[in-house]
Design a binder for this molecule. Structure first.
Ligand code: ITT
Length: 193
């Protein structure tokens, strides 16, 4: 099976991607290729950050690679946390703090519309491609469910009666921002094979 690097340190995302691409590609993470660097994510868009990560791996390791960046965009907060989603609460990758900040800022808000947006950058055979996916939904007033990760327990997609954190991985992947972007990536890659 062909091998491709997914430039992520997030074990949850790696697991999701392995499941989605299983049977077609062997997806390996940064730790699997011995990369423990803190790859800069300094762009001001999710597309820019996805590209920074993919470029880093392709330049330093010479391997075909894709990376993704995701942002939760809440209408009433002017699109926040957006590109700051991983560190919104002040500490990188502390989901509990991130969620608490969102719930606090959303107290009393009647417009609870939000969307997750994912951009995937693929660098293969020296060419760059971007794939996007989004899912629209609402921010609940409290946490529901323990599955998933990140903001899953406070986001209810329009297509479901429960949060992402209350779904199986398959159910989430079928309608999620990342699932949709990855479907586009996978369709493109299967045409290349
Ligand atoms: P890498 O950069 O190492 O890939 P990350 O955790 O920073 O991992 P992202 O930049 O893609 O991942 O996402 C930023 C944050 O957005 C992430 O830390 C989560 O808090 C949140 N997030 C991303 N995808 C999510 C999802 O499917 N469900 C809920 N929250 C998510």
């Amino acid at each position: 099976m062909k091998k491709i690097v997914f430039a992520t340190n997030n074990a949850h995302k790696l697991q999701e991607l392995r499941q989605i691409m299983s049977g077609h590609y062997e997806v390996v993470g940064l730790a699997d290729i011995g990369c423990h660097d803190d790859i800069p994510e300094t762009a001001d868009t999710i597309e820019g950050n996805a590209l920074l990560k993919a470029k880093y791996v392709s330049e330093h390791y010479g391997m075909d690679c894709f990376s993704d960046d995701t942002g939760l965009e809440i209408e009433a907060l002017g699109g926040e946390p957006g590109v700051m989603s991983a560190r919104y609460g002040g500490v990188a990758h502390d989901s509990e703090r991130n969620i608490s900040k969102v719930l606090n800022k959303m107290q009393g808000q009647t417009n609870r519309r939000a969307r997750f947006r994912t951009a995937i950058a693929l660098i293969a055979n020296g060419q760059t491609h971007i794939f996007e996916g989004e899912v629209r939904g609402t921010i609940l007033t409290e946490r529901h469910g323990t599955g998933g990760f990140g903001y899953d327990s406070i986001f209810k997609p329009d297509e479901a009666d429960c949060t992402f954190a209350e779904m199986s991985a398959d159910q989430k992947n079928a309608i999620s921002h990342r699932g949709r972007a990855v479907a586009r990536l996978a369709a493109f890659m299967s045409r290349k094979n």
